[in-house]
Write a protein that binds this ligand. Structure first.
Ligand code: HEC
Length: 378
């Protein structure tokens, strides 16, 4: 058989898999796609479906079997399929806090589907999840929609809180929040969320501005912290510290895992008490940028269409960068779309955390971290 030389071997095996899979499922259109079919499509990635109507209908059939699963988004993205708004929204609703849901939102925003997204959050059931996925998308095109939600009193308070948190994650969104707070556009609950989120923002000017305009609800105790040399002589209560670690306002758990709990963004802390002593623990909370753990450096990646992604470089291939954002969600940027990338001297862990707790809470928190030890070896 004469094969066109330009066709990479991966395509051929992909096609073969797909043909075998389709033969195995007969003509049923509702067959759930299995791993083989998905793998076949991965190999065919980038093929021009418009030039291959048979392949296109095969791909659409596999897609139908993937409804609601993160792989649905992958197929829509890889083959640049349009008209899949319902399916993308379904993934967003089912996986709002995972990479699949966030990526579904980015595809929808990239296709100008704002009106559909708006309809999805006003429809009964699943509206909150759609807004969470939107807020996790890290896409600048989401900002106007998040502003709409943050100031809209007919959506639930929890949806408004996720919109506010989403805004606080980008510099322009954070500025927008400050403007809203100034203009009285946020109600009390949203102001509380905004003040906590902005106190941990990574732009010092915004943090300062926020502390002035949106004072923390129970910020510290107003007193300044004693010097480190004195802090290390204090003992706290580890059980109370465990509560601080998980509290809404301090929320170390939003970036760190302890056992099975928490978000996989920063290093796991389940055995941190065996690694760092009291002084080092204070330093890593009060001044995270002073010693950034290897592999956890922050990166800013700017794309050619003007998006900015900030996070930890989770993986890098010749084709694609994957950046892990603070939510634990991955953003994939094709290398061909990267305009600029820069390693940041700043830690991805916010510097303002000590300002979100009282001195007593800080001492309790460090006591708790010290208590997280590796099991003693027999
Ligand atoms: C926005 C996400 C984020 C939040 C919130 C956060 N951290 Fe971190 N943390 C990180 C990242 C990323 C690192 C690794 C980079 C570095 O060392 O600065 C880190 C590092 C650390 C380390 C050093 C770990 C090691 O193995 O050396 C400690 C200890 C720590 N964090 C404790 C805390 C505590 C306690 C809180 C809550 C007060 C907290 N973190 C909140 C992201 C976060």
């Amino acid at each position: 058989m004469a094969l066109p030389r330009c066709l990479p071997a991966g395509y051929l095996s992909g096609l073969l898999f797909l043909i075998l899979w389709l033969a195995g499922t007969g003509t049923s259109t509702s067959a759930p796609a299995d791993a083989t079919a998905v793998e076949a499509l991965r190999r065919l990635k980038g093929m021009d479906l418009e030039a291959n109507p048979t392949l296109k209908s095969a791909v659409l059939r596999v897609l139908e079997g993937l409804r609601g699963a993160p792989e649905f988004v992958e197929v829509v993205r890889d083959f640049q399929l349009t008209g899949q708004e319902d399916g993308l929204l379904e993934v967003a609703r089912r996986h709002p806090d995972a990479t699949g849901g966030a990526e579904a939102m980015r595809l929808l925003l990239g296709q100008g589907a704002e009106a559909r997204i708006r309809l999805a959050w006003t429809a009964p059931g699943g509206g909150d999840a759609v807004i969470r996925a939107l807020s996790n998308s890290g896409d600048s095109k989401a900002l106007p929609l998040l502003v709409e939600v943050a100031t809209n009193h007919s959506v639930s308070a929890s949806a408004r809180a996720s919109a506010v948190q989403g805004l606080a994650r980008s510099e322009s969104g954070a500025r927008e929040l400050l403007r809203l707070a100034e203009g009285g556009g946020l109600d009390d609950a949203a102001r509380g969320t905004a003040s906590l989120a902005l106190a941990q923002a990574r732009w010092p000017a915004i943090r300062e501005e926020a502390l002035k305009r949106l004072p923390l609800p129970k910020a510290g105790d107003g007193t300044s912290l004693p010097p480190l040399s004195e802090l290390v002589t204090l003992t706290g209560d580890a059980a109370r510290g465990a509560v601080v670690f998980r509290s809404e306002s301090v929320a170390c758990i939003r970036c760190h895992r302890v056992g099975d709990e928490g978000v996989d963004f920063g290093p796991a802390l389940g055995q941190i008490g065996s690694k760092l002593g009291r002084q080092a623990l204070y330093e890593s909370i009060l001044d995270p940028s002073a010693g950034i753990s290897f592999g956890y450096e922050g990166w800013t990646v700017e794309t050619k269409d003007g998006e900015e992604v900030f996070g930890i470089m989770a993986s890098e291939t010749a084709e694609e960068l994957a950046i892990k954002q603070q939510t634990g969600v991955l953003t994939r940027v094709p290398v061909a779309k990267v305009a600029r990338r820069e390693k940041q001297g700043l830690s991805v862990m916010p510097a303002g955390l000590a300002q979100t707790m009282t001195r007593e809470q800080l001492v309790d928190l460090v006591e708790y971290l010290l208590s997280l030890k590796a099991p003693a070896s027999p």
